[in-house]
Design a protein around this ligand. Structure first.
Ligand SMILES: *Cc1c(COP(=O)(O)O)cnc(C)c1O
Length: 356
């Protein structure tokens, strides 16, 4: 039976990414060796890193003066690396979920953290608006898509200080105005590649402004100077990321992705709103995520949750169980998710409704 992969992360990848990576696992770039067993300083692997960085710049229209890095440690390491490098005495944060909270917790090691707004009291079911961001903060940190709660910032907040964006679960899903950011970071395993690589886009000019001593490996400058080769990069994951980046380019780039993502999310939210058994967990429709679509059973049918999960599983749906802090269901519909899989889930929801 066809499996429809709705996992939140690690998650679905384009078929071509898996095929090319499987090939390179045996014979990389005609070397007769696996991509796992060649030096990261070989000309073949350096070409992979160079092309991956160049494609990130091309796809996101990254302006001059920014560096693209592929490091390790996940987005979670960026929670501390960003403030280590960029926070002078104070930074502002928007608390929109579990990942924001973790970023805030790490930032507190480096200075005063001003949490300008939070939706914690409502279990993060909306994106706060109408807050004030202090002008003397070094930056304003946002989580652009809240993977667990299914909310998303559909536009950058209007602020006078630079932004730092955790884009782990919506990078490459839409165009981004990179110029507004000092740092953008994303663990690869949601929308780009396997776990093990972390993408970072950093504004060169934003660095070197603070007095704090920074350990070598946690200093962005170290990695910029060595072109992401200060220490051994995650070679196989970076190779896989490159395959996805090529796929993105061949399929119309982030503009085309956004169009399809709006269509996919529209189909699924449409069914959630229509079907008497289900309802969205997000309070305001304008905050709904195009990547992670969270829904629960309406109060009247609450006890059918397990039954629907089993039914959907029997129809080939994988990974739709909601995060334990929200419950219900979560369908992650990243770039690589075809419309046909979204339609299959919708059909399962409709079929199940008919039996009730
Ligand atoms: C998954 C996720 C993280 C954590 O990423 P790791 O690479 O596991 O550290 C951070 N932020 C967001 C928004 C995520 O979705």
């Amino acid at each position: 039976m066809k499996k429809h992969n709705f996992y939140a992360g690690p998650s679905i990848l384009p078929e071509i990414t898996k095929e090319k990576t499987a090939e390179a696992a045996m014979n990389f770039a005609g070397t007769g060796l696996s991509v796992m067993e060649v030096s990261h300083r070989s000309k073949e692997f350096v070409a992979v890193m160079d092309e991956a960085q160049a494609l990130v710049k091309e796809l996101l229209k990254v302006p001059e003066g920014y560096s693209v890095l592929f490091l390790q440690g996940g987005a979670s390491t960026q929670f501390l690396m960003a403030p280590y490098n960029l926070m002078d005495k104070k930074a502002a944060y928007l608390n929109t979920g579990a990942w924001s909270k973790k970023a805030i917790q790490e930032a507190k090691f480096f200075g005063e953290v001003d949490v300008v707004a939070s939706s914690a009291d409502a279990n993060f079911n909306f994106i706060p608006k109408g807050y004030k961001v202090p002008a003397d903060a070094s930056y304003f940190h946002i989580t652009t898509n809240n993977t667990i709660y299914g909310t998303q910032l559909h536009a950058e907040p209007e602020v006078d200080i630079p932004l730092i964006g955790d884009m782990s679960s919506d990078i490459f899903s839409r165009p981004v105005d990179v110029a507004k950011y000092d740092v953008i970071y994303a663990g690869a395993q949601k929308n780009l590649g396997p776990s093990g690589a972390t993408l970072i886009i950093v504004k060169d000019e934003a660095l070197g402004k603070i007095e704090r001593q920074i350990p070598t490996i946690l200093n962005y400058k170290t990695h910029i100077d060595k072109d992401s080769m200060f220490n051994t990069p995650a070679t196989l994951p970076v190779f896989a990321c490159l395959q996805t980046l090529r796929w993105l380019k061949e399929n119309g780039g982030v503009e085309a992705m956004e169009k399809t993502n709006i269509e996919k999310a529209g189909i699924l939210y449409g069914e959630i709103d229509r079907n008497k058994l289900f309802k969205s967990t997000v309070a305001n429709a304008e905050d709904r995520s195009l990547m992670n679509i969270c829904f629960v059973m309406t109060d009247e049918y609450k006890e059918l949750e397990k039954e629907f999960l089993d039914f959907a599983t029997s129809k080939g749906m994988v990974g739709i169980k909601g995060h334990r802090s929200v419950g219900g269901f979560r369908a992650s519909v990243y770039n690589a998710m075809p419309i046909s899989s979204v339609n299959a889930l919708v059909e399962a929801m409709q079929e199940f409704e008919k039996t009730k």
